[in-house]
Design a protein around this ligand. Structure first.
Ligand code: NAD
Ligand code: IPM
Ligand code: MN
Length: 358
């Protein structure tokens, strides 16, 4: 097949991890007779430096004309004092809004061989396989009013019925392809937006009688993620709670560098690792590229319909980890791989994994 992929490396370790993910896509294209036309575009701090806008119109237009978008990460401390319109992070939020993506899938899977690679006890993390479905287009990140003066900073946590309904449907659909359990996470004991959230989620659940639904308050969920992570299947939650809980869940899998994501529901889907630009690691060839590579696997599955290739790429990542090798952030026996070496190890493992795919 032929596909156009918009590639937005961004800042910090973004370009380093995206390079390895693209190398994997190239290998899959070569071995499978596919053509992936990749166009690199500026976003975030890189775009601020190039043209003073964290999401140039030309970048968004090129993304909208692609079959999928692969992004690294954005952000650097040197922009932290900028007003919001001139922050790298604003470029990412405008990209999500411009693509119209509202369903952010963040899987946290603990490979059996890696249950010892978490700082949590092995018997707690073993068997963890959860999918956080984070609402991505609304809530505290986008609702109005919002403002900042010297005396007062304002954000609004608001959800409209249609926003809750569509993300709930995304979660129930995801659950149907998994273990058919949804845990909706809110703060309905305090917040009106959460009370609407809970009401609408229950209504949507009526259309999915084959999926079990339960509810947790977000504070209790934060605890349960580290005390009984294997009990979760799909976690359905809002924009802010999903941001926080997914970083927490990443620890179960070995670290923040492991988690991929897919943002769906809009004109074009966006794929990015969950981690940020890690300025402390940038330029040293030490960042973990597996989250970016697993994001490329999600791209193959969700945007290009190449499910077997996606599974092969995921298996190749776990082959490397199961052999005891990894980057230095992972508690594996040989945590000595550089970013590029880790990518190359995955590509070597890919070749046998791709055999047999027609
Ligand atoms: P971060 O995710 O960049 O880093 C948090 C910690 O995890 C750091 O110790 C970092 O070294 C480590 N880490 C992150 N990714 C890693 C990887 N691939 N391999 C190994 N270790 C990794 O979060 P932060 O430090 O809070 O934020 C840094 C910048 O990134 C900020 O500007 C923030 O706004 C931005 N950010 C961007 C995104 C995104 O682009 N999606 C996500 C989160 C944070
Ligand atoms: C993430 C990041 C972003 C978010 C920031 C950088 C805007 O933390 O993708 O998890 O909060 O969504
Ligand atoms: Mn985050």
């Amino acid at each position: 097949m032929k596909a156009r992929i918009a590639v937005l490396p961004g800042d910090g370790i973004g370009p380093e991890v995206v390079r390895e993910a693209l190398g994997c896509l190239d290998r899959i294209a070569d071995l499978g007779g596919h053509t992936f036309v990749c166009q690199a575009l500026p976003v975030g701090g890189a775009a601020l430096d190039a043209c003073g806008d964290p999401l140039p119109a030309s970048t968004l237009e090129a993304c909208l004309a692609s079959d999928a978008v692969l992004l690294g990460a954005v952000g650097h401390p040197r922009f932290d004092a900028n007003p919001n319109p001139l922050k790298p992070e604003t470029g990412l939020l405008r990209l999500r809004a411009g693509l119209g993506v509202y369903a952010n899938l963040r899987p946290a899977f603990v490979h059996p061989m890696l249950a010892g690679a978490s700082p949590l006890r092995e018997e707690i993390v073993r068997g963890t396989d959860m999918m956080i479905v984070r609402e991505l287009a609304g809530g505290l990140y986008f609702a109005e009013p919002r403002s900042l003066t010297a005396e007062r900073g304002v954000n609004t946590l608001a959800y409209a019925r249609f926003e809750v309904e569509r993300i709930a449907r995304a979660a129930f659909e995801a659950a149907r392809g998994r273990r058919r359990r949804v845990t909706s996470v809110d703060k309905a004991n305090v917040l009106e937006s959460s009370q609407l959230w809970r009401t609408v989620v229950k209504e949507v659940a009526a259309d999915y009688p084959d999926v079990a639904l339960d509810h947790l308050y977000v504070d209790a969920c934060a605890m349960a993620i580290v005390t009984r992570p294997a009990s979760f299947d799909v976690i359905l939650t809002d924009n802010m709670f999903g941001d926080i809980l997914s970083d927490e869940a990443s620890v179960l899998t070995g670290g923040l560098g492991m988690l991929p994501s897919a943002s769906l529901g809009g004109a074009v889907a966006l794929f990015e690792p969950v981690h940020g630009s890690a300025p402390d690691l940038a330029g040293q060839d030490v960042a973990n590229p597996f989250g970016a590579i697993l994001s490329a696997a999600m791209l193959l599955r969700h945007a290009l319909g190449l499910a077997a290739e996606a599974a092969a790429l995921e298996a190749a990542v776990y082959d490397v980890l199961a052999s005891g090798r990894g980057t230095r952030d992972l508690a594996v026996p040989r945590a000595t791989l550089g970013t590029a070496e880790a990518g190359e190890a995955v590509r070597a493992a890919l070749v046998p994994r791709l055999q047999g795919i027609p």
